[in-house]
Design a protein around this ligand. Structure first.
Ligand code: PMV
Length: 353
């Protein structure tokens, strides 16, 4: 029996925030300075697939390991270690309560993870990655944990990962407890509530981002005056309007808050000293393209948002596919040019919600 290999697999989706998480009030626990809200993209398009296994036959000397897209990956970082520790502690408690359970918590873990999208493309791969890692191990350990409880653990790996435990429209409530026990995600609405929502991911650059989200946040919290205004006045208002827009399926409001919040986040980055610029000339051309598309349509049919990198995510509704994706694809195919933006510089990925 000691040779038996226990195994569990799961997938987790990518999420793209429409009200951004930017700033930590506790860096060790990944506790945010503000609540945030995201849309989870369909797993058919963008996801991480993770298998976790353990066995008494795995030599203790090899320790835990992670193979990411076929290559050994470092898991010694404090955040990954925090996730593994939390999961082991919960499993050990089950084993202590029921001595007939195999002692999975004491054996090395082998984790194998694979993304179906470019890892370094700045597509929140850490969110899907940590969500899948936490759920795969929780399944392996047969932990009786709800998605919200798992979100507490995944949050410690990467803040935004806590939102990838749910589909559809997801809020991460910042919470107020010092130990982070109330800083977790919940589902605002299921994907089926607003099934015609779509996302177009424009990969402007697959190069790794210049300033990591962790150091970017730290610098922003420490040096930006605008940041204080953002977390006290801008974000709480954006959260309230966004939740109402989703409940009412009001795309114009959804789009306006999405674009305003992305702009506000990047403004705080530009307000740090020295300034941080995540968007580049092509990103700004994408913003102008969205403005042109909306002007031509005579209403808001597309909304842009940017994370800590130059890639754009464009939200739109299925019925406006021609106006939005059609226009971008003319550019992608080299038949048109917007703001000096040429085909060779971008790659488009369509996703459902
Ligand atoms: O989860 P992190 O530490 O990679 O931070 C993500 C930050 C943003 O992507 C810029 C915003 C967000 O809410 O996802």
């Amino acid at each position: 029996a000691s040779e038996k290999v226990y195994r569990a697999s799961t997938t987790a989706p990518v999420n793209i925030a429409v009200v951004k998480y930017w700033g930590k009030r506790d860096a060790k626990l990944n506790l945010p300075t503000n609540s945030s809200l995201s849309v989870t993209l369909s797993q058919d398009d963008l996801r991480t697939l993770t298998t976790a296994s353990t066995s008494a036959s795995y030599p203790a000397s090899e320790g835990d390991s992670l193979l990411l897209n076929g290559a050994p990956s470092d898991i010694s970082g404090a955040r990954t270690q925090a996730c593994l520790r939390e999961l082991r502690t919960r499993r050990a408690a089950l084993e202590a309560a029921d001595p007939s359970l195999p002692k999975l918590s004491t054996w090395p873990l082998r984790i194998v993870s694979e993304n179906n999208f470019p890892t370094a493309a700045g597509l929140a791969s850490s969110a899907a990655g940590f969500a899948a890692l936490v759920r795969a191990i929780a399944n392996l350990y047969e932990l009786p944990a709800s998605p919200s409880e798992l979100s507490l653990i995944a949050r410690q790996g990467s803040g935004s990962a806590c939102r990838s435990l749910f589909g559809g429209y997801v809020a991460w409530r910042m919470g107020s407890e010092e130990d982070g026990s109330d800083s977790m995600a919940d589902q605002v609405a299921m994907a089926s509530h607003w099934p015609d929502m779509r996302a177009l991911v424009l990969v402007v650059s697959a190069a790794k981002k210049g300033v990591s989200s962790t150091s970017g946040m730290q610098q922003t919290v420490a040096t930006s005056g605008l940041f204080k205004e953002r977390i006290t006045n801008v974000v709480p208002q954006n959260m309230a309007i966004m939740e109402k827009a989703i409940a009412e399926k009001d795309f114009e409001k959804f789009a306006e808050v999405t674009m305003r919040d992305s702009n506000s986040f990047h403004a705080t980055c530009a307000d740090t000293y020295p300034p941080i610029f995540y968007m580049n000339d092509i990103s700004r051309a994408a913003i102008r393209a969205v403005e042109t598309i909306n002007e031509k349509a005579g209403r808001t049919v597309a909304a842009y948002t940017f994370d800590a990198g130059p890639n754009a995510v464009i939200y739109y509704l299925e019925k406006d596919t021609e106006a939005v994706v059609g226009t971008f694809y003319h550019v992608l195919q080299g038949n048109a040019e917007i703001g000096g933006w040429k085909k060779a510089e971008i790659q488009g990925l369509k996703a459902s919600i």
